[in-house]
Write a protein that binds this ligand. Structure first.
Ligand SMILES: Nc1ncnc2c1ncn2[C@@H]1O[C@H](COP(=O)(O)OP(=O)(O)OP(=O)(O)O)[C@@H](O)[C@H]1O
Length: 231
């Protein structure tokens, strides 16, 4: 479970995030929408412990990120827009490397199984990452999250630059991860994707969460209209 309490960030006199209170329960997929500069990445970076909040805190399964930044790392997986992997290692070798960093040692068959669960074709598992498409890299990112068995997933613009088929595949995997009981927070500009996969939707404007909604009630058109009215 992920929770922020009055999470706040100022850069000198500029408020990047205004007292954010957000909760993403087990099984929920929270899509955070907002214009460029609205504060989405700042939120994610503070939850990851990469940016220090000016005040307030984030909690992973009740553990304070501020007080225990190292402890929470094992429960969080982060998938940025471009997943950083080693181009001269294969998919399996990358997964093995990042799993070991997280403290897990898997057999080749287990590693291959994680990759297959994300939909990555078997013949790609032993190919160098340098030749992977963006969608394939995202799948390795998800496989790392599966291998870490992280409870909380933070995704920053995960479908940006993916073609429609890769986006649909990615959306399906995220849906499955939600069904597995993960808490997922996803910053996105993709309203259609947000409506199709999210259980909850937030709209952020100038560092303020101005809408915090249940997604079921929305069509993509409804959400687009609300978004345009809100921002
Ligand atoms: N290190 C920093 N110093 C000063 N201002 C910063 C810093 N990091 C972010 N900001 C500002 O904080 C605001 C929020 O930025 P943030 O990256 O969180 O927005 P975002 O919603 O993720 O935007 P995008 O959709 O473009 O990724 C922006 O105005 C940005 O310029």
């Amino acid at each position: 479970m992920l929770k922020t309490i009055n999470l706040h960030k100022k850069y000198n006199d500029f408020t990047a995030l205004e007292s954010l209170n957000l909760e993403v329960k087990s099984g929920e997929i929270y899509a955070l929408l907002g214009q460029n500069g609205a504060g989405k990445s700042t939120t994610i970076n503070m939850i990851l412990g990469l940016v220090q909040p000016t005040s307030g805190d984030a909690f992973i399964n009740g553990v304070s990120v501020k007080q225990s930044p190292e402890l929470i790392k094992k429960d969080i997986a982060y998938i940025p827009e471009t997943v950083l992997l080693y181009p001269n290692l294969t998919g399996i070798e990358n997964l093995d490397f990042f799993s070991r960093i997280a403290g897990f040692k898997y057999s080749k068959a287990e590693l291959s199984n994680f990759l297959s669960r994300t939909g990555l074709q078997t013949n790609a598992h032993n190919q160098m990452l340098g030749g992977y498409s963006k969608g394939m890299r995202q799948k390795v990112g998800i496989a790392i999250a599966l291998a870490k068995n992280a409870d909380v997933l933070l995704l920053d613009e995960p479908t940006s630059g993916l073609d429609p088929i890769a986006t649909a595949e990615f959306t399906e995997i995220i849906r499955e991860l939600g069904q597995m009981g993960k808490s997922i927070l996803m910053a996105t500009h993709d309203i259609f994707n947000a409506v199709s996969v999210a259980t909850n939707i937030g709209i952020m404007k100038n560092g303020i969460l101005v809408q915090d909604l249940k997604a079921q009630a929305f069509s993509a058109e409804d959400l687009q209209e609300l978004y345009l009215k809100t921002i």
